[in-house]
Design a protein around this ligand. Structure first.
Ligand SMILES: *Cc1c(COP(=O)(O)O)cnc(C)c1O
Length: 435
């Protein structure tokens, strides 16, 4: 028997193959070399035969120079933090591509002088939230909180209800972030109840701001009480103490599907001085932290040295502006989708799969906003139900499909996918069925 190692094609030989040379130019030589070496190892291990080396390398090459891959989100969680939160609209993607080269993000082309950075994105934000006098955009909502706590709370007290000491996820605790900036927390009320008198009793010369944090991912039921923004604003009126509301979810205006969810416009109109929100939750845009509200406060945040460390890049500004000015963002389309339309899609997909011999059925299901929005607010949805054994191979497929197990079935929930993904979804299921 011949030694397979003798037959392993040399790296130089493989890289000289026209297809692999072209891949090297597109993806970078280092990346292609890595894949070549992995395939050479598979040849030594007897998994690939030498004449198939080039094909094996081509099959194993990623489609881009980044290892992040597009995934079909069939989890029914619209804003899934582990799946990159909101997908950008086609308009936002185009804007990102256009801005990703050399661009006039901070240059006034008419005068040739330096211009205000991200002016158009800010203007779009202010147009969407007329109650805001000014706005800035930072890296994410956590950065917005850090900036506010630094500017308004450092060496002073931030007054915050005990029931709003929130852990967002992955160990991220808002009170820890606030304290890390040098602010002191003055907690008021109990876990379940806080009154206006509690807040009043905490105000004093040390108070830097009163902070209201939306408990994004839990609800407290039973013997509960909280103070709404309008009452808090009334109590603070004339004291000069700013009221800052972290609404998290990024709704700029009220949404008919989510009547309980606070929005930036309504929160400012109720009397908050600043509203903080995420860009990649219900707004459906890029990761960003939005700070909207009174011009004097926004100006103070912008002038602080920390702002420079937290500001966003040109591609984020481009995506944000396009999300605000462009067509409905995917997350908002998903939120608005009619459940009967989702059922039609589920039936059509299930029938198509069943016709190919797959054990598939259309079922009703529930979806959720996720990502710290509208906890406990299920959205009616529909799903394609498959045998449980499909879950893992679907996740490992190309493109990967992430569904979830429900009893002894794998469900592919359609509310978190746009209809344009249905053909890819069906193809991915058929590919698994054919394995
Ligand atoms: C999600 C959330 C945050 C964190 O937002 P990021 O944009 O992920 O930093 C902060 N506060 C609230 C209330 C949230 O819901």
């Amino acid at each position: 028997m011949s030694d397979p190692r003798r037959q392993v094609p040399r790296t130089d030989t493989l890289l000289a193959d026209p297809q692999l040379a072209a891949a090297g130019e597109r993806l970078g030589l280092g990346l292609v070399k890595d894949v070549v070496q992995r395939v050479q190892q598979r040849i030594r291990d007897g998994e690939v035969s030498p004449p198939h080396a080039v094909d094996a390398v081509l099959a194993a090459l990623p489609s881009t120079a980044s290892s992040l891959r597009p995934v079909l989100n069939a989890t029914g969680v619209l804003v899934h933090t582990n799946l990159g939160r909101s997908p950008l609209s086609a308009a936002a993607v185009e804007a990102v591509v256009a801005a990703s080269g050399t661009t006039d993000v901070e240059l006034d082309l008419a005068t040739g002088r330096r211009g205000p950075r991200g002016e158009a994105a800010i203007a779009a934000l202010l147009a969407a939230v007329p109650a805001a006098e000014a706005a800035i955009v930072v890296n994410n909502c956590a950065a917005a909180l850090a900036l506010v706590a630094t500017v308004l709370g450092q060496g002073r007290e931030l007054v915050l209800a005990r029931g709003e000491l929130v852990e967002i996820g992955d160990g991220f605790r808002i009170p820890d972030l606030l304290v890390s900036t040098g602010a002191r927390l003055h907690e008021v009320g109990t876990t379940n109840r806080v009154t206006l008198a509690d807040y009043r009793g905490a105000l004093g010369p040390e108070t830097g701001a009163v902070l209201k944090v939306h408990p994004s991912n839990f609800v407290v039921r039973g013997f509960t009480r909280e103070v709404d923004v309008a009452d808090l604003a009334g109590a603070l009126d004339g004291t000069g103490t700013p009221l800052v509301a972290d609404i998290g979810s990024g709704l700029l205006q009220p949404h008919p599907r989510l009547p309980e969810e606070p929005d930036a416009q309504g929160t400012l109109a109720a009397g908050a001085d600043l509203v903080l929100a995420s860009g990649d939750k219900l707004l459906g845009g890029p990761q960003a932290g939005l700070v909207l509200g009174r011009a004097e406060l926004v100006q103070r945040l912008r002038r602080h040295p920390l702002y420079r460390a937290l500001r966003v890049d040109k591609t984020t500004l481009a995506a944000l502006e396009a999300t605000l000015r462009g067509p409905l963002a995917p997350v908002q389309e998903m939120l608005a989708a009619d459940v009967d339309g989702l059922r039609v899609r589920a039936r059509r997909l299930a029938a198509h799969l069943a016709a190919q011999g797959v054990d598939a059925a259309a079922v009703d299901a529930e979806a959720r906003v996720g990502g710290g929005g509208a906890p406990e607010h299920p959205l009616p949805s529909a799903a394609v139900s498959l045998p449980a054994s499909f879950a893992e191979p679907l996740r490992r497929g190309a493109p990967p499909v992430v569904g979830y197990l429900d009893g002894d079935r794998t469900l592919l929930n359609l509310r978190s996918l746009l209809p344009s993904a249905d053909d890819d979804l069906a193809a991915a299921v058929l590919a698994v069925a054919a394995q």
